[in-house]
Design a protein around this ligand. Structure first.
Ligand SMILES: [Fe+2]
Ligand SMILES: [Fe+2]
Length: 294
């Protein structure tokens, strides 16, 4: 598709610059971190308390400090599991696009992107398998036959949504000195590389939208927007995982998940953490800003 190749010509410089930084900061995930023999889920914070999914609800008020820390520990395992599942989908999508003719402008960076996501999953998986568990994902993978440009746009746009939400949480927790040093390291390390992925993602998503959307009919545009909105909501919904509440000792985990999801302080938190991404999508004329209000 010449339009796409042309649109991504502008991303070629960016791809080169980001690749140079990736080469300079290249990591060995097997030596970059020392894993403690064990951790104490009820004696250390593994998630910033304000970003635990029950924070601000009556259920949080009822927990003692140990109970809050235990919940924060399992929420960290859930956050890391969500990243693993997101990165698996992402690695698949990146691998299948390597050396595609109309993406040659950015292939250098696709290699780094793929390499870095694999390393991230080694850190996230290292934590979950040593000290906790990997929670399954409930995201539905759609396999509809679609035009390639629709598929490309949705792949990069969903990647951006997934990475924007996770990165806000990484950034905040990387700077939280109440956290156990291992949790801070994992968040900080991820945030550093994700910053580049986000810059790349924003460039590519805007370029794809400008190159492809004008040729789509009204139904296609509406369907693309609806799928992105559903993905946004489904991504957030996974942060309210009944299995986490069960592991943290709640007897009615599904009720807990529903209460937390509906609670005004959690809605407010989701909106605040989604703001950067929603502003971007709105400014690029891809989405309205109101679709998280559901
Ligand atoms: Fe990642
Ligand atoms: Fe990433």
């Amino acid at each position: 598709m010449p339009a796409l190749r042309e649109a991504l010509a502008h991303a070629a410089d960016l791809s080169q610059r980001l690749s140079q930084v990736s080469v300079r900061t290249y990591q060995n995930p097997y030596t970059a971190v020392e894993w403690p023999t064990s951790v104490e889920p009820e004696a250390d914070w593994f998630t910033s308390p304000e970003h635990v999914s029950l924070y601000g609800t009556p259920l949080w008020d009822d927990l003692d400090e140990g109970g809050r820390m235990r919940l924060a520990f399992w929420e960290a395992a859930n956050f890391y599991s969500l990243n693993i599942h997101g990165e698996k989908t992402l690695m698949n999508g990146l691998a299948s696009r390597l050396y595609r003719k109309d993406l040659l402008n950015v292939t250098d960076y696709l290699h780094h992107f793929l390499d870095e996501e694999n390393k991230h999953s080694i850190y996230f998986g290292g934590f979950c398998t040593r000290y906790a568990r990997i929670y399954p994902s409930h995201q539905v993978q759609l396999s509809a036959e679609r035009a390639r440009d629709v598929e490309d746009f949705l792949f990069f746009a969903k990647t951006m949504v997934f990475e924007e939400i996770a990165d806000e949480l990484n950034r905040i927790q990387a700077g939280d000195d109440r956290l156990h040093p291992l949790a801070r390291f994992i968040n900080d390390n991820h945030h550093r590389e994700e910053t580049r992925h986000l810059v790349f993602g924003r460039e590519v998503v805007a370029a794809l939208w400008q190159a492809c959307a004008p040729s789509w009919d009204t139904e296609t545009v509406a369907a693309v927007r609806a799928e992105l909105r559903d993905f946004f909501l489904a991504s957030w919904r996974e942060y309210y995982n009944p299995m986490v509440y069960a592991d943290a000792g709640f007897a009615e985990p599904w009720e807990v998940a529903e209460l937390a999801w509906q609670h005004p302080s959690q809605r407010q938190r989701r909106r605040a953490l989604s703001r950067r991404c929603l502003n971007y999508l709105s400014n690029a004329d891809i989405m309205g800003e109101d679709y998280l209000d559901a």
